[in-house]
Design a protein around this ligand. Structure first.
Ligand SMILES: *Cc1c(COP(=O)(O)O)cnc(C)c1O
Ligand SMILES: [Zn+2]
Length: 503
């Protein structure tokens, strides 16, 4: 639809003008800084930042009911800039104009109800949100659309002329960063740092294909992160890790879409999110808090953060029940099939601590919980999801395993309706399925295949057949007929097919 086809009072609100007054706020000392330049940490105390709208109260002048109608109407609007994460423009980047916005098709990912068999098995009603259906096949595109739209804004306003975007990555951040940067070339170029051998072949192919300079570094993600932090401190580069608070803003869209897809009814809802560098769970909490503050939702959903036992620093932190006694201790990660979350020292930990506190205060109850799951559980649940018609990646499997864990702990029960964050596309992690099916997992993963989940192709080469077709060498005549008949009989035998009765 076109804007003029909406009721007059809606038309003015439908297509947003740049407004608001964004500042970086330090979570350590509370200092605020304008967004004229890209900051990652507080120049005063070095802590991480979040972006707040100093003029947020203007949004409260619009009743929650009206916001709901605005967002729902924008769904019908054929303006590309407002189709993705900027459907929620006022909450994500109110200072941006339509010309700043970079839209590559991210966001508006499907919320798909799990099939009845799988729901029965888990013991509650639940949905997958398939964020692997984003352009670079992970949720990271949400944050990248935000970060690169802001960079485009800086370029368009003349604040900067050329940008070299850098990031460290467990695979998906670099895929997204390289893709979005490539769209803005030649003014924006990108370089990515990957832990050597710790991203999948598909994830390595992505930034290469998008033309980024790709560096493979010894060690794990945490080592790469330290190197890019050092680069960002000492050179003119734009850091695209979730340390960059613009990434968090964009990823809030995940929470907004869930609320909208449930018609803003978040009662008895639970959102399950895998935690790596903890940017995503930060964004999810922040997003729901904003919706509550504006009266767009009336209840905060429960939130379950999940980590593998092989990379569980956040779970360990919250294992201590007395908040006064909690101490954050980075862990040394071990091999994980939830490879994108193999992080021992999450950059967003201070944001998590801050927002969990706020969330609990706003909810009036402990509505955020962290659970850990084994590598075995992650693989089994991922494959089981796939067996039931879903495209969950290993992190989706991890989230699904977390529902079982949270139910066992009593945090979730059969009255809850859960949303499983399938953060990437299963095709990025085929190597793990292969290792499972072929029973080739190195011991460090601690994964043993269950026979009922294993699958393998069957080679058909009927005995007694003398000639077989080959590429460039087709069979003809009787040879060909003999081949077709022998192969189809072999297949029919293995599938125990019943013959059609000839009349
Ligand atoms: C990045 C990533 C995560 C972890 O998100 P954080 O924001 O780092 O906590 C989980 N799953 C996938 C597929 C990812 O790419
Ligand atoms: Zn500070």
């Amino acid at each position: 639809m076109k804007p003029h086809q909406f009721p007059p009072e809606m038309q003015q609100l439908l297509v947003p003008e740049p407004r608001g007054h964004l500042n970086y706020r330090c979570l350590g000392c509370g200092s605020e800084y304008g967004i004229a330049r890209l900051l990652y940490t507080c120049p005063e105390c070095g802590q991480v930042l979040l972006i707040y709208d100093a003029d947020f109260s203007r949004l409260k002048e619009v009743p929650g009911e009206q916001w709901r109608r605005i967002f729902d109407s924008r769904r019908m609007l054929n303006i590309p800039a407002l189709k993705g994460i900027y459907r929620y423009h006022e909450l994500i980047g109110p200072i941006l104009s339509q010309e700043d916005i970079l839209y590559l098709g991210e966001g508006h990912t499907p919320l798909v109800e799990a099939n009845p068999l799988l729901q029965e098995r888990v013991g509650l009603r639940f949905f997958f949100k398939n964020d692997g259906q984003n352009p670079s096949a992970s949720f990271k595109d949400r944050g990248m659309a935000s970060a690169l739209s802001y960079i485009r804004h800086l370029i368009r306003s003349g604040a900067v002329s050329e940008v070299l975007a850098v990031c460290a990555s467990t695979g998906d951040t670099s895929a997204a960063a390289a893709l979005y940067a490539a769209y803005l070339q030649p003014k924006v170029k990108s370089a990515v740092l990957l832990p050597h051998g710790k991203v999948t072949p598909q994830q390595l192919a992505q930034p290469l294909g998008a033309g980024a300079v790709v560096f493979e570094i010894p060690g794990v993600f945490d080592d790469c992160m330290k190197v890019v932090e050092s680069l960002a401190e000492r050179y003119h580069v734009a850091l695209l890790n979730s340390k960059n608070a613009w990434r968090i803003l964009g990823q809030e869209s995940y929470a907004y879409e869930i609320a909208q897809d449930f018609d803003y009814d978040m009662k008895n809802r639970a959102v399950v999110v895998p935690v790596g560098n903890a940017g995503n769970i930060t964004a999810v909490m922040s997003g729901f808090l904003k919706l509550l503050e504006l009266g767009i939702i009336e209840d905060l959903p429960k939130i379950v953060g999940v980590q593998s036992v092989h990379a569980n620093p956040v779970v360990r932190y919250y294992t201590e029940t007395d908040p006064q006694k909690r101490r954050f201790v980075p862990v040394t990660v071990r091999a994980s099939v939830a490879q994108a979350a193999m992080i021992g020292n999450p950059v967003s930990m201070p944001r998590v601590v801050h927002l969990v506190e706020q969330y609990h205060r706003a909810a009036g109850a402990e509505k955020v919980c962290f659970v850990e799951v084994s590598e075995q559980e992650i693989m089994d649940w991922q494959l089981l999801a796939n067996r039931n018609g879903h495209i969950a990646c290993t992190h989706g499997g991890e989230s699904l395993a977390a529902v079982a864990a949270a139910m066992q702990r009593g945090f979730l029960d059969a009255t809850d309706i859960a949303v499983i964050d399938s953060t990437a596309h299963v095709l990025k992690f085929l190597g793990f399925q292969e290792m499972y099916f072929e029973n080739r997992f190195p011991a460090e993963y601690e994964v043993t295949p269950h026979r009922h989940l294993v699958n393998a192709p069957l080679q058909i080469r009927p005995q007694g057949l003398k000639r077989f077709p080959a590429p460039g060498h087709p069979l003809e005549g009787e040879d060909f007929q003999a081949f077709v008949q022998a192969v189809s009989e072999d297949i029919a035998g293995r599938l125990q097919l019943k013959k059609v009765a000839l009349s």
